[in-house]
Ligand binder design. Structure first.
Ligand code: FES
Length: 193
């Protein structure tokens, strides 16, 4: 099911490391860049290309929240509510986004435009707190007015994956020792199901 370009990227990643397990992260990133999320069949194809057990690929995919295990909206918003952002009004930021989008954290708007969620993981933009990540771009020093402007601008843009014109440069997580498998609870149901 994967495009030839994605398969080539996975083969290239496999050749960069002594063990194919190290190529899982960039391979999954290439898949998500093509499809916008990680369908089970695509993860199985990654495992086949890397010569690994499907469970090894799934374990990595489920460990990282930045890999989508089900289709997100056209745009993805991640609101940091860790300490620095919390001290600068992250709770108000999240409340404003929830009110503007009309759906709670972890869900998708009824029109499929936005999936948003808050995270207690520091996103590394503390100096610009409160901040959020929109389609992998940092948006900092948020105010309700700035959030409204950003949402309006992003809504007019195409999806961030390859089906639309590129709106971001993929920046895969560092490939190092794969994390231990962990169970991930099912995402909560969105307004769009
Ligand atoms: S605490 Fe929010 S970016 Fe660090």
């Amino acid at each position: 099911m994967l495009a030839a370009q994605t398969r080539a990227e996975i083969e290239h990643a496999r050749g960069r490391y002594p063990h194919p397990r190290s190529a899982i992260l960039p391979s999954l990133w290439a898949v998500q860049h093509e499809l916008g999320w990680l369908p089970p069949e695509a993860m199985a194809e990654v495992a086949e290309l890397l010569g690994l057990a499907p469970s090894e690929v799934q374990a990595v995919a489920t460990f990282y929240s930045m890999y989508f295990k089900r289709p997100p909206g056209r745009h993805h918003i991640l609101v940091c509510v860790n300490a620095a952002c919390a001290l600068r009004g992250a709770d108000e930021t999240a409340a404003h986004i929830e009110q503007r989008l009309g759906c709670p954290s972890g869900t998708t708007t009824a029109d499929g435009m936005f999936t948003w969620e808050s995270t207690i993981e520091c996103l590394g933009g503390c100096g610009g707190a409160p901040m959020m990540q929109v389609d992998h771009h940092f948006e900092e020093h948020l105010t309700p007015q700035r959030i409204d402007t950003i949402l309006a601008r992003v809504a007019a843009q195409p999806a961030a994956h390859r089906d639309g014109p590129p709106s971001r440069v993929p920046n895969p997580p560092a490939a190092n020792t794969p994390p231990p498998p962990t169970a991930e609870g099912p995402p909560s149901a969105g307004a769009a199901g």
